[in-house]
Ligand binder design. Structure first.
Ligand code: SAH
Length: 480
């Protein structure tokens, strides 16, 4: 004997053109009416008065109205009824009258009274996933729904649509169930879904035709240039997460945090290509060659980079190399250090009162620094975000002062932004290198210069208080 009470029988109802009665004229009734309209039902709303949206739909003849209090005759032409009033007795009367006529009834938020339940659902075009806990644990059903929302991206809708349109051809091509199953597996392991994800619908149709003819090219490798964000795995995009779960090989920088790497498929090969002198790191040319070789060997490669691949990440060069070899590519943006560090330090990068522009600047070495337009950088009413600048703070300060930036201009250095070890050092341009030295600031750290940087002290919300003085009385040193 099953330890569970009898389960609900799931079904998807075709309500197109069929009358469905909604009893109630408030917000709940409106939501139900809206879902029913989307399903093509003829919606009758029974209530003394209608809330504004329902009244509008009535005026536009999208719904019909039965005015007054519930009467069993309202059920006369209905296939289904939803009792959506806030009065339990009315809802009960509706369900009982429906029972007498063998019409299925749902009472909103009342599993015990409902003869059918409306499931939580995930919709991807014609593909619908319905979830029910039998009414006993709606929060759990919601949690499952959230997970499914993440798991099935929008390409499933396009896929379901394409398959539905070609149903006859698929059946004709693979008449037996076994053959169909195998053919289908082949279809899904090919490039079809990837093309749908990239919204390349024509190419997807072609890939589908190829697969149907049985002359699909052998599985091709691909490379995704993926931004891993600043370190906190919560700041990955859903797309990055999906690609990490599908990857055969992951090439990552040293900047990518372990927490992020842990989210990748367990058996994916991981290759660290840190580019620091003397640590056996790879040159950019070696990385490009490796990406091309792995993809040519049929691997699904994720090139995982700290922050965003196109912001000081040399993603452009990698994309050029891959395109030159006609390798299948995609680029997934990530949250770049300037955005992540500013957010986690309470520094708005633009502000109506202080800054109308933002410059992302690299201060990597002598050449970078000499090439910068310092008079443009020293102008007021903008925010500067210097990447890779820890070793060059003296030059940055000297150049900005020499080009007329006031010595009182606020700065903030955000070290390990968004991570547990985040530290913020904040002060005025005059004290920049000295304060950073006093606190032994190390990479990765981002320097923000501009009026907005002063907010690091007033708007701080994440991690430790900013360090604002060079002495031991500052909060971090006191705590250490
Ligand atoms: N593509 C990356 C930048 C790579 S350059 C991005 O979009 O963020 C490396 C520099 O980025 C570091 O020297 C540092 O200035 C900055 N950076 C990256 N992650 C950081 C973090 N978590 N905290 C502070 N700075 C960071």
């Amino acid at each position: 004997m099953s330890p569970h009470p009898p389960a609900l029988f799931p079904l998807f109802a075709d309500l197109r053109g069929r009358r469905v009665l909604v009893v109630g004229g408030g917000a709940v009734a409106r939501r139900k009416a809206e879902a029913l309209l989307q399903a093509g039902a003829r919606v009758l709303v029974g209530a003394p008065v209608l809330e504004p949206q329902l009244a509008q739909w009535l005026a536009a003849a999208r719904i019909e109205h039965l005015a007054g209090t519930f009467a069993p005759e309202w059920l006369d032409a209905a296939w289904l009824v939803i009792a959506a009033t806030d009065d339990v007795a009315t809802n009960r009367a509706v369900v009982e009258a429906a029972d007498a006529r063998r019409i299925f009834a749902n009472a909103v938020d009342d599993a015990g009274l409902s003869r059918f339940h409306v499931p939580a659902r995930v919709e991807r075009g014609p593909l619908q996933i319905a979830i029910s806990s039998g009414g006993g644990a709606p929060m759990l059903a919601r949690l499952v729904r959230e997970r499914l929302e993440l798991q099935f991206d929008e390409s499933f809708g396009a896929l379901a649509d394409l398959l539905a349109r070609n149903r006859q051809r698929i059946r004709a091509r693979w008449p037996g169930l076994d053959a169909r199953r195998r053919g289908f597996a082949g279809l899904l392991s090919g490039p079809l879904q990837g093309l749908l994800r990239k919204r390349q619908h024509l190419a997807a149709e072609r890939a589908f035709d190829d697969a149907l003819r049985g002359d699909a090219p052998p599985a091709r490798g691909s490379v995704a240039l993926v931004g891993a964000g600043p370190g906190d795995p919560g700041l990955l995009t859903l797309r990055a997460l999906r690609l990490l779960n599908e990857a055969d090989v992951i090439l990552h920088d040293r900047l990518v945090s372990d927490e992020v790497l842990q989210l990748a498929r367990r058996d994916a090969e991981r290759i660290s290509v840190g580019k620091h002198a003397g640590d056996g790191g790879h040159s950019q040319a070696q990385i490009n060659a490796l990406l091309v070789a792995l993809a040519a060997a049929g691997k699904r490669v994720v090139r995982l980079k700290g922050g965003d691949p196109f912001v000081f990440g040399r993603g452009g060069e990698e994309l050029q190399a891959l395109r030159a070899h006609a390798i299948d590519c995609e680029v997934v943006p990530g949250i770049t250090a300037a955005l992540a560090c500013a957010a986690h330090a309470g520094i708005p990068l633009t502000h109506r009162d202080h800054a109308q522009a933002l410059q992302l600047v690299t201060a990597h070495g002598r050449d970078d620094i000499d090439a910068l337009d310092w008079s443009a950088l020293a102008r007021p009413r903008q925010t500067l975000a210097f990447y890779m600048g820890v070793a060059a703070l003296d030059q940055v300060q000297a150049q900005l002062l020499a080009h007329g930036m006031p010595a009182t201009t606020p700065f903030a250095i955000v070290e390990n932004g968004s991570r547990a070890a985040q530290r913020v050092v904040a002060g005025a341009l005059a004290d920049l290198p000295a304060l950073a030295r006093a606190h032994a600031v190390r990479a990765p750290a981002l320097l923000i210069v501009g009026e907005v940087a002063a907010h690091a002290c007033s708007l701080h919300w994440f991690g430790r208080e900013p360090l604002t003085t060079a002495d031991a009385a500052s909060p971090l040193l006191a705590a250490a």
